[in-house]
Ligand binder design. Structure first.
Ligand SMILES: Cc1cc2nc3c(=O)[nH]c(=O)nc-3n(C[C@H](O)[C@H](O)[C@H](O)COP(=O)(O)OP(=O)(O)OC[C@H]3O[C@@H](n4cnc5c(N)ncnc54)[C@H](O)[C@@H]3O)c2cc1C
Length: 459
């Protein structure tokens, strides 16, 4: 055993050290059958242990890949045989809710769903919500600046973060665990770690901002004839409900049909003949009157033809079923086996033309490929699932998806980050001057390039 490995083993307890030979049973990610690759897997219990691990690795020039729930979708958590993988999952304490400041202190390995439940027990809400809620961690959410389905109303992870504690590559602990909303004392160091994908420091603790919980949430599913109506409906609901529209998801016809069709366990609540389907969540805070207002907007939208059909979930289980149509991935897996996922943003009004362009170019190059579109359209965030066809040419499909964004002022990553998967295309969204500044920051904070090297960009 090398000196470094022995040092690392001595820093953590027995359960905190797993040698490379004992990694069987540890996978490379959620829904990833490949075995985890690492020189050793370290599972610290305290910030001080994280600090000691990084100090030792920094001195040895040893690469460290920090992981949370390993649900990331851009290979940001990917490791190799020579890396130390540091899992934050044992640092998962969630404090009692501070109802006066409406905050919650958590360790970075706390699972998002557990955090949501803790807030709910105190009658409050932690607003971040996404399909991987049962596995992803707050540290991972911070490191990827996760978005999800409620960004329209509550913002992304960076908007829900009041304080952060992180450990730098050399082991220094930067504690900025503020509970206040406003703090204009120099540079906002907390935000440096948001979206940095484990390349600038290891997040160990956070202070999260909570919101008042609504009395209930109403969910509606609407069938929409055309894109113009989708945009008009978004304006109508957002304006009339003044801050109570919390999710506005759009599913293109073929995505809706796939997730309610022969390969799915979910039945279609509405026929699959409309061009688009809107799934929306509305906070209800004033009982019947809020609900009546929502029903009246729905009725008006049906009467004037913006929607051709619509249904309000009548129970929690029906709400869940509507959301499954948006979130399930089994039908695409069953039908195609392999699919490529995309997460991009662009101005909403440009979306239909952009989707047509991508679809046309895809078919021209790979006649047997298929494109499915959906996303957090209220935030200008579009997701694609691409069944690549027999050629399985991932990089050619990346080009087809990303190239048109350059003229549209769009982004190659709306919320998943860059990781390894998108780094080749970083300059589609960021100028050379911006990338140079990012490199300078990285070189300054991690001069030995030990923190998640090779992710986002090469130094
Ligand atoms: C079904 C599904 C649905 C999803 N839906 C959404 C969605 O709607 N919106 C969205 O934004 N994302 C979504 N995602 C992806 C999302 O980025 C991740 O789910 C989540 O934010 C990552 O958290 P994690 O704990 O799994 O991090 P990991 O996957 O373990 O890591 C992700 C990145 O963060 C870094 N990292 C992890 N923990 C730390 C830490 N403590 N300190 C420093 N760096 C760290 C890693 O090095 C890596 O670069 C989805 C994923 C799945 C599987």
């Amino acid at each position: 055993m090398s000196d470094l490995i022995e040092t690392l083993q001595n820093i953590v307890d027995d359960a905190g050290f797993i040698d490379s030979e004992d990694l069987a049973g540890h996978s490379a990610g959620l829904r990833d059958d490949r075995p985890l690759k690492a020189r050793a897997l370290i599972r610290p219990k305290t910030t001080e242990q994280v600090s000691a691990v990084l100090r030792a690795c920094n001195q040895a020039g040893q690469a460290v890949i920090t992981v949370g729930g390993m649900t990331g979708l851009v290979d940001g958590h990917r490791s190799g045989d020579s890396d130390i993988v540091m899992s934050m999952q044992r640092m998962n304490t969630i404090s009692e809710v501070d109802t006066k400041t409406r905050t919650l202190e958590v360790e970075a390995g706390a699972i998002l769903q557990n955090v949501q439940e803790k807030a709910a027990q105190a009658g409050l809400m932690f607003a971040l919500d996404l399909g991987a809620r049962a596995s992803c961690t707050i540290g991972g959410n911070i490191a990827t600046n996760a978005g999800g389905v409620r960004v329209l109303r509550y913002g992304m992870m960076r908007d829900l973060l009041l304080g952060v504690e992180a450990v730098l590559a050399d082991g220094r602990i930067i504690s900025s665990m503020f509970k206040v909303l406003k703090n204009n004392t120099g540079y906002d160091l907390r935000q440096l770690f948001v979206g940095s994908e484990g390349t600038l420091g290891v997040v160990t603790r956070a202070v999260l901002r909570l919101h008042e919980a609504p009395q209930s949430i109403e969910t509606a599913l609407l069938a929409i004839p055309c894109w113009q109506s989708v945009m008009s409906l978004l304006r109508r609901f957002d304006a009339a409900l003044t801050g109570r529209l919390i999710a506005f998801e759009v599913l293109w016809q073929n995505y809706y049909a796939l997730n309610t069709g022969a390969y799915s366990d979910v039945d279609a609540p509405l026929s699959d003949s409309a061009g688009f389907y809107v799934l929306l969540d509305v906070n209800i805070s004033n009982g019947d009157s809020d609900k009546e207002q929502l029903e009246s907007i729905l009725m008006q939208s049906l009467n004037d033809g913006l929607a051709v059909n619509g249904i309000l979930a009548s129970s929690e289980s029906e709400r869940h079923k509507f959301w499954q149509i948006r979130e399930i991935f089994e039908p695409e897996q069953r039908k195609f086996g392999l699919v490529y996922g995309y997460d991009i943003s662009l101005p909403i009004e440009a979306m239909p033309e952009y989707v047509d362009t991508v679809s046309r170019n895809l078919k021209a190059k790979f006649a047997d490929a298929e494109l499915f579109s959906y996303g957090h359209i209220g935030d200008g965030n579009l997701h694609f699932t691409v069944a690549p066809g027999a050629a399985r040419d991932h990089s050619a499909i990346d080009e087809i998806v990303y190239q048109p964004l350059r003229n549209l002022n769009g982004s190659i990553s709306a919320e998943h980050g860059v990781g390894i998967e998108k780094k080749k295309y970083l300059n589609f969204t960021r100028s050379q001057a911006e990338i140079d500044l990012m490199r300078q920051l990285k070189n300054m904070m991690d001069p030995n390039n030990i923190l998640n090297p090779g992710k986002i960009f090469d130094v």
